[in-house]
Design a protein around this ligand. Structure first.
Ligand code: EPZ
Length: 421
């Protein structure tokens, strides 16, 4: 398993190009199952999660070709079972359920396991499928969904922890081919849901309200092929903004959509960073000591849970005490114990981290866990005294395209050490 070694203390400056969004590309690639015609998707990031999704689509019978950032897919005849040995590697595989149900009126997918950020139930996905007149059953670790015909209806998909992103995606995809009108109340409004809806509309789907809590879909008989470029990855962009806030002098991000980052940009401005926003670039001046913050993660457009760990790294060196409360995945604090190994002073109280800023972090060997926690450890290493060794970086490779090369391009002293498994 590879590891990343960072020597702290180097200032960051220059330009970094943000890749296409992982969390937009995954459901959009799944959506190509809704048509027998060819689809072409651009700006698809080169990530292990994307690789797993393409593996699943191939296993289901689709022809898949990848040429750098462009993926061409044609699913003219597909089978409808996604097996455990592939699904277990990536729980987002669950988003093939909706398109298979929509196109073939049946699907069987291994139940996604939990993961380090907490239990990852799909009860709301199944609630939505049942509202479309499908039957859902769990058998031998698989979830089976099937229907004689899909009929649109009005449903509410909001759960105890708020809306479900992939649940909204799944039901949205199935509803495009259901009889009649479907209204999804309590829908997720993330930019990645809007991007999926825009792709489905290009395929001939009739969708209104994507990006709000109420999405209306008029079912159609079939969908045709389409070409689409995936939106920039707002979480990768946020991660590099925090890197610059910690270690920057001045860093410019290219190919970003600043509108998708309002909550993050407001938090960084409150922490004392200077930001300049142009059409598709953001320049940040950071590197000083951050002001402490009180942050609460919320569904979009609130502060994103996927940026919580990175902000904990920044606030570990703030000038005072910060509070970070996680409402989407209340257990999502795997990074805390590792940051404390680097000298951070963090006390967990339920779903709230109380962070007392320290003047200096110290490099240490640390263990990556979930995708964003691992990125937070690399960020902390940029400013820690001495060497930080982040092990099990396969977690990072799931969601960040060449993060070590991109950070090195900004002046960080960082290298990837390949290790036999
Ligand atoms: C998506 O996961 C993202 N993944 C996650 O990003 C992100 O953290 C999450 O949305 C929240 O924004 C992808 O898009 C591939 P949810 P998703 O369903 O859709 C509960 C990353 O780092 N819930 O919105 O699986 C759930 O337990 C990843 O890139 C139910 O109770 O998350 C959680 O508490 C991590 N029942 C909350 O809802 C359900 O049926 C939000 O989960 C579904 C979810």
């Amino acid at each position: 398993m590879d590891k990343i070694i960072v020597h702290g203390g180097r200032p960051l400056s220059g330009f970094v190009k943000i890749s296409g969004s992982k969390n937009s590309a995954l459901p959009i690639l799944a959506a190509t199952l809704l048509t027998r015609e060819q689809c072409i998707i651009h700006s698809v990031p080169d990530l292990s999660d994307i690789h797993y999704m393409l593996q699943i689509l191939s296993h289901l019978g689709a022809q898949v070709e990848r040429a750098s950032g462009t993926v061409t897919i044609q699913a003219d005849t597909v089978q409808t079972t996604a097996p455990y040995e592939i699904v277990r590697k990536m729980r987002a595989s669950v988003c093939v359920l909706g398109p298979l149900l929509g196109r073939h009126k049946e699907a069987r997918v291994s139940l996604p396991g939990g993961c380090v950020i907490g239990d990852r139930p799909i009860d709301l996905h199944l609630k939505g499928f049942r509202a479309l007149n499908a039957a859902c059953r769990v058998e031998a670790g698989d979830v089976k969904v099937f229907a004689d015909e899909l009929r649109g209806s009005t449903m509410n998909l909001e759960g105890r922890q708020g809306p479900t992103v992939l649940g909204t995606d799944n039901v949205l995809m199935a509803a495009t081919l259901a009889e009649g009108t479907t209204v999804i109340e309590g829908a997720a409004a993330e930019p990645e849901v809007v991007d999926l809806a825009n792709f489905l509309i290009k395929m001939g789907a009739k969708i209104e309200g994507a990006g709000t809590r109420r999405i209306t879909i008029e079912g159609v008989k079939e969908l045709h092929g389409a070409e689409h470029a995936v939106i920039p990855d707002r979480i990768e962009a946020g991660t590099f903004l925090v890197a610059a806030a910690l270690a920057g002098t001045e860093v410019t991000l290219r190919r970003v959509n600043a509108e998708h980052l309002n909550a993050v940009l407001n938090a960084l401005a409150d922490a004392g960073c200077k930001l300049s926003i142009q059409k598709d670039t953001i320049t940040i001046r950071g590197g000083g000591t951050a002001r402490p913050l009180q942050l609460i993660t919320e569904p979009y457009p609130g502060f994103p849970t996927d940026m919580q760990a990175q902000m904990c790294a920044l606030l570990s060196r703030a000038n005072g005490e910060s509070l970070v409360t996680e409402t989407v995945f209340p257990q999502r604090f795997m990074h805390v114990s590792e940051l404390k190994r680097m000298g951070a002073e963090i006390a967990l109280d339920g779903a709230t981290a109380r962070i007392t800023g320290v003047a200096q972090l110290s490099g240490a060997p640390v263990m990556a866990s979930d995708l964003r926690a691992s990125a937070a450890l690399v960020l902390a290493g940029l400013v820690a005294e001495g060497m930080t060794e982040v092990n099990r970086v396969y977690h990072i490779d799931r969601g960040y395209e060449m993060i070590d090369e991109k950070l090195a391009g900004l002046g960080a002293e960082i290298e990837r050490v390949k290790q036999s498994a």
